[in-house]
Write a new protein. Sequence first.
Length: 684
Amino acid sequence: MNRFIRNSGFYLILFLVVVGIVQFVSNGNEAADFPRYDQLRQELKNNNVKNLTVQFEGNAFLVTGAYKEKPDGAKSDSFSTYIPPTDAAISELTDASESNGIPFTQKKMEGDSIWLTFLSSIIPLVIMFILFFFLFNQAQGGGGKVMNFGKSKARLYNEEKKRVTFEDVAGADEEKQELVEVVEFLKDPRKFAAVGARIPKGVLLVGPPGTGKTLLARAVAGEAGVPFFSISGSDFVEMFVGVGASRVRDLFENAKKNAPCIIFIDEIDAVGRQRGAGLGGGHDEREQTLNQLLVEMDGFGGNEGIIIVAATNRADILDPALLRPGRFDRQITVDRPDVKGREAVLKVHSRNKPLTKDVKLDVIAKRTTGFTGADLENLLNEAALLAARRNRKDISMREVDEAIDRVIVGTEKRSRVISEREKRIVAYHEAGHTIAGYFLEHADMVHKVTIIPRGRAGGYVIMLPKEDRMLVTKQELLDKVTGLLGGRVAEEMFIGEIGTGAYSDFQQATRIVRSMIMEYGMSEKLGPMQFGTSQGQVFLGRDIGHEQNYSDSIAYEIDQEMQRFTNECYERCRALLQEHSKEMHLIANTLLEKETLELEQIKELIEQGYLTEDGKPEGGEGTTNDGAEPVIDSIGDVKVRIQGKSEEQSATLGDAPKDITNNPPQDGGDKGNTDGNGGGSSLS
């Protein structure tokens, strides 16, 4: 702040000085009148001149003086004009002055002061240079030097700010222990040296967004007790050639002066991407920066006492030379927390939030399968905002439940006008998902179903796995596909018309079936083989030039197997809904009345035929409609609904085949499944 005030004061003073000089120069010659020579002669004849001074200047005589009375049209009482450089003109002025008694002075020719001439020419240049200097320095981020392009932008951790410790990190116990070991080495290296251990030179934090990689690095900064430099990967490269490599050198020079220390590079994939096969050629600026980084991390000179900690979401695109032992010796995968980890994260983020007694963090943890630490923090913040909106002083489970729906699907759209016909379509669509999820042995448990529009979804089903899973079997994937088809089958059977609401269901089902055949080797006809290369996003330096590694006939067989798998699941779902048509009508009709059903209400309807809160019907059993439902003539203007939050909210591995292929154990079924996020489907 003080620096800002000083800089602002300097610019203000400089601005005033420049304005003053300009004003002085522009007004210096405006104080005198400039009559013509004939006008001056007339004023002399009229005896209206108080005094005269003549001085030779250039190729003429400069005549200055003052009027006795300012003539009409004159700008000032004083005047200044030029007369021809002749003796006759001087004699005329002399005679007129003597005849009228006007004081007359004739000065000798004097040149301008050499210093005045010098200063008048040099001062504008000095002012321009000073302005350029400070403006350029500001643009380059300070540092007191004009040419500081190559200076590192790394920031030294300030302990006076809010300090983050390992106690603030939850849900990542194993990952935290790996970094605690690094901090302990910096504090007491003798313990490790006694057994001949060498601390890793680099630690790479890898994981999906929001899992706490940067938070772990901040905790290291708070616990280390040594200088901690932090910089982003994008801070190295700018518009000037050679800046990136220069900044890397400057960063490590500063680190050597402060050793032992830690350097944290966030989003290192911005500068550490794979070299070689890219389109930029070997002289790409980013590549030169990476080369310098490789040399500094483990080159000829070496850097004792400097530990590099980096974070990235895309370790698969990093250069292999960057990942080898000696540079990044240790790679720590920071994955989504399990149910216990989520509960621990919720405890950390609920410290400063007043929760009512009905808020059970363990229940919230079970309902938020697949959430990252950032998602959970956002969830509790949304609940707090809802409580404040309702003028509450604490947060109840009602706010938490609504916050979960807001985070997964979007805001509630009760004001949206939906026709009764469209509501009926949505109700049976969601009922189809509910029945399939309830009766299929390996399907995810239905926790909530609603036909209230949220976001761009007309209705949705929240389906969560019965337990945390690391592996998924073939039958579980088939049950998943069968459950996804429940909405379309219900529309066809009970509405008599199919619509666009199953768009996302088909998208996910097709992805799962394709992965089963092409990646997991689950086709009896094609055998335990993998077909094709990774279908992930193509990055420069990787995946360029990869081709299909199977023939056209195999591609035809793959299509045939995909159709067979999908059709078998479709017919299986049709038989299931036909068998439980009574429950289908009951769920759909109750949804039309209540709009939202929770897990316990769904169980009551299916098991006893009515809701306990409504009381037992007069007939002794739940009122159901066993007859055929009326067929709606046309589906009308029903928009395609889009997936909600992210594919990570899906219930099984099949929703993210790319991730499963790369790392099956981590991306197991520990992911919540929502309709609109992966579970069922919805119309919007």
